[in-house]
Design a protein around this ligand. Sequence first.
Ligand code: NAD
Ligand code: UDP
Length: 358
Amino acid sequence: MSTAIKKQNGGEGAKSVVPRRPILVCGGAGFLGSHLCARLLAEGEPVLCVDNFCTSDPESVEHLLSHPNFELMRGDVMSLDEGQFGDVAAIFNLACAASPVLYQRNPLDTFFSSVRGVDTLLRVARRCGVKLFQASTSEIYGHPTVHPQSERYWGHVNTVGPRACYDEGKRCAETLCFIYRQEFGVAARIARIFNTYGPGMSLQDGRVVINFISQALSDAPLTVYGDGTQTRSFCYVDDLIDGIMRIMGAPEDFGGPVNIGNPAEIRVRELAERVIKLTGSRSRIQMRPLPVDDPPRRRPDISLAISALDWRPRTDLDAGLMMTIRDVQRRLRRGDMSLRGTKELSSAATPLAGVNAI
Ligand code: NAD
Ligand code: UDP
């Protein structure tokens, strides 16, 4: 079941006046999805955004609702009927919780959002004869034994750990894309996205950059998990969206998977120190236990993205962090979300909605 939240002509069931076949963006109200919808609209494309709001809410795309080419629908990719969409011009699938603290709250929903979701969307792509973009992840490399990670590396993933619902769901989704490509010629294109941050992330998301910025701006301790020597490589959201657009604009025979991320690697503890410095905060660092199966190192080899797509990230970490800090400051001033919610996140038990919610 899906529900139209806003149709540009104002009525559910009324004939849409969107002039051309829309681009379907599933998970379009999330952090990356909302940036992607904005970019597609700016390029003149009509957009149909479908989301079940399990990690976002309609307010995340409030700024897009008045756009005449934007349509928002509440729907769950796990239970969508492939026949309920008319013709679409392309499909972007980003529908899956991405923050470890959120995707582990309801592992069945996380797993099946990836698996059932992409299966249904691949069938829509096949029927419409259009390209499908699949948001895969660096998590498919698991605890990498190869560094940096190139697409040729098959990964090292625990199938029975707390991250498996996400990692294995995403690996399975890649396999489904591969099968539909081989068997039915569906133009499925896969990006393995490495840690991405930027303006618009929910203050309750729980991922490291937004946690550190929220904590620093309230002079609360920055929670560094483990000893903080684990590394990540952070990509600014505008660079990432540019990469996604290039993947979808690439020649017919390009399907990926391709790594999209910023190879500048940093230890988590150094990230905390950087955020404290950039915010001018009086916060100190507080060590917390390392979550189970937290990958120790992560850095993309982006040679393929450079050679095949002429893509490389442009925004360095300090510049990207400053833009994110200013955005959080603005939102806090507007009273968008209390900092209290962010600090309580790790202990709160908020069941997510969905067909598999327990
Ligand atoms: P996000 O949690 O902000 O956005 C995900 C969106 O998908 C949310 O709006 C959520 O409500 C929606 N969603 C989840 N399950 C759904 C379902 N069953 N049906 C419909 N909508 C559903 O996360 P994000 O950072 O924007 O990530 C977007 C995509 O990119 C995800 O697929 C994620 O795995 C992938 N990715 C993101 C990163 C990153 O660093 N941001 C890294 C690797 C991969
Ligand atoms: N992390 C941390 N403090 C936080 C949140 C995360 O130290 O408040 C660490 C986490 O243990 C991991 C890294 O930061 O090593 C990145 O975590 P995130 O949840 O952003 O994404 P991941 O890359 O683990 O999927």
